[in-house]
Design a protein around this ligand. Structure first.
Ligand SMILES: C[S@@+](CC[C@H](N)C(=O)[O-])C[C@H]1O[C@@H](n2cnc3c(N)ncnc32)[C@H](O)[C@@H]1O
Length: 176
């Protein structure tokens, strides 16, 4: 697997302990003081420095994203780049659209939004997702042990067939 935004590498370490070959990256690998979440924390697994661009050279691996930062676009960019490079499975651990993980474009690309939340509900602080193609389709989802109040689920996506792809505006029309 390729894990991006791995933080302390706790997931990578648990997977490696189960025999999974994991290469993990973070834009600011701990204990770097540049990491807002984990400054000074010793990682559980080796974390390479790198951002969303690294997915292009590891497209033969499944891409793991655990709690990608809310309202930041790097996870959106990563799934686009990974798709374009021929990537085959995205594994996302976090919350659904409107939750505390990823930005609205990320969930739209994964095919999880029936409509653009910004335009449909007039939500001013969410980015418009009209016209974003859903390049991925969910093939599996399961609940995980979670902190109280968190909605953490594990989701698996594969590339959507051409006839399954649709932008949120078209999805909205279809769902009316
Ligand atoms: C909310 S933390 C989640 C960390 C870890 N996946 C977890 O669940 O504990 C988000 C992580 O993404 C990293 N990050 C932010 N922007 C990034 C980027 N462009 N490329 C790679 N990692 C990034 C941060 O440094 C941080 O470690």
């Amino acid at each position: 697997m390729l894990e991006l935004g791995a933080g302390t590498g706790y997931w990578a370490a648990l997977l490696a302990r189960r025999g999974v070959d994991v290469v993990a990256y973070d834009v600011a690998p701990p204990p770097s003081l540049a990491n807002a979440w984990f400054a000074g924390v010793q990682p559980w697994h080796h974390i390479h420095p790198g951002d969303e661009r690294v997915v292009e050279k590891w497209a033969e691996r499944s891409l793991l994203l655990v709690w990608p930062t809310r309202n930041e676009t790097w996870a959106s960019d990563a799934v686009d780049r990974y798709h374009a490079a021929g990537g085959h499975h995205v594994v996302f651990v976090g919350e659904g659209p409107g939750g505390r993980t990823g930005d609205s474009g990320f969930h739209a690309r994964l095919g999880e939004t029936a409509a653009c939340i910004a335009c449909t509900y007039g939500v001013a602080d969410m980015a418009c997702t009209c016209g974003i193609d859903a390049h991925w389709t969910r093939t599996f989802r399961t609940a995980l042990p979670r902190w109280d109040g968190a909605e953490t689920m594990l989701h698996v996506y594969e590339p959507a067939r051409a006839d399954e792809r649709s932008s949120s505006r078209r999805r909205e029309r279809r769902n009316r």
